[in-house]
Structures are given as structure tokens and as C-alpha cells.
Write a protein that binds this ligand. Structure first.
Ligand code: NI
Length: 176
């Protein structure tokens, strides 16, 4: 397994639309395995192709809590086919926007259709954290980050905070 590099804002690939996968072969299966490993090593609950520099419609998710049995989901070409009218607000973060969090409004439940790593078409109803995570990750495939759901003001404040933190970390590294 290979740990992939997770891209961070403002990398342009994060704002681009990913292309559908035409054939699910061994190379796609390996990418999905590497993405899942990378996500676990980064303590994330989801990761999309764009985030590892691949403009392919690939998503991995595992929202199992600490101490719970892992529940990895690998999705190829996922599409949300149904959304609840009811929405919920959840404090979201993202490996591409490190250590920054903000409330985002999402549909409370979704039904997602996708192909698994063996090319089998699946449909899954999701609620709770999984529903939020699916919407967050599928947004990535369309070049949308969770901060793009915030007001201009909130978004720029958050990016400023991130920049400040990066500078501080670089300085600390330099004095080691
Ligand atoms: Ni994210």
C-alpha cells in the first residue's frame, strides 16, 4: 500500500470537476485501497479522488467511530439519487482544509448509487454522519469544498486562519 499525498487549499485540482471512471480494473482497485489507507493514516472519515490529485470520480468513506469495527465503503462514479427535504447542520472539517471547521447545512438523508470496486452497482440509503460525509465527498468530485458553502466573509476568515497557522508551523519547523 502507498500513502498518497493529500492536496490542500488552494491547490487548483480541488476546484476542478473529476471525470467518470470508464473501466474498473486492477489500477482503480489499487487506487481505492491506497486512498482508504491514506484516509485512515490521516484520521479522516472520507477522501475523494481530487484530494489525492486524481480527477477521477472515486470516493472512500469510513464513518465508524473509535473502537468500532471498520466499515470501509469504496465508491466509483457515485451519484446521489434521492435527498430528504429536511436539512441538518453539522460541524465539518476536511483533510484539504486542515484543522479548520465550520457548520454546513446538508440534506439529512440521501440515497447514493455507485459501483463498488468489483464493478457491482450498489444503492445505499444513508443518514447521520454517513449522509453528511457522502454529500461532502461527492462535492469534492465537482470541485466544491465545504468552505464554498459558507458566506464570503466566513470563508475568507477561515482561510486567513489557515494561512496564519501554516506560517506559524513553518516558523516552528525552521527553528528546530
Ligand atoms: Ni473534504
Amino acid at each position: 500500500m502507498t500513502k498518497l499525498t493529500v492536496l490542500e487549499v488552494p491547490h487548483p485540482i480541488l476546484s476542478q470537476k473529476a471525470e467518470p471512471v470508464a473501466v474498473i480494473d486492477a489500477s482503480i482497485q489499487k487506487i481505492l485501497t491506497d486512498m482508504l489507507e491514506t484516509m485512515y493514516l490521516s484520521n479522516g472519515v472520507g477522501l475523494a479522488g481530487n484530494q489525492v490529485g486524481l480527477l477521477k470520480r472515486l470516493v472512500v468513506i469510513d464513518v465508524a467511530g473509535e473502537g468500532e469495527k471498520p466499515d470501509p465503503i469504496k465508491m466509483v462514479n457515485p451519484v446521489i439519487v434521492e435527498r430528504s427535504e429536511k436539512t441538518v447542520c453539522h460541524n465539518e472539517g476536511c483533510l484539504s482544509v486542515p484543522r479548520q471547521y465550520a457548520d454546513v447545512e446538508r440534506n439529512e438523508t440521501v440515497t447514493v448509487r455507485y459501483f463498488d470496486e468489483n464493478g457491482v452497482e450498489c444503492e445505499r440509503f444513508a443518514d447521520g454522519l454517513l449522509a453528511i460525509c457522502i454529500q461532502h465527498e461527492l462535492d469534492h468530485l465537482d470541485g466544491i469544498l465545504f468552505i464554498d458553502h459558507l458566506s464570503q466573509l466566513k470563508r475568507s476568515l477561515l482561510l486567513k486562519k489557515l494561512e496564519k497557522r501554516r506560517k506559524k508551523e513553518a516558523k516552528e519547523k525552521g527553528t528546530e
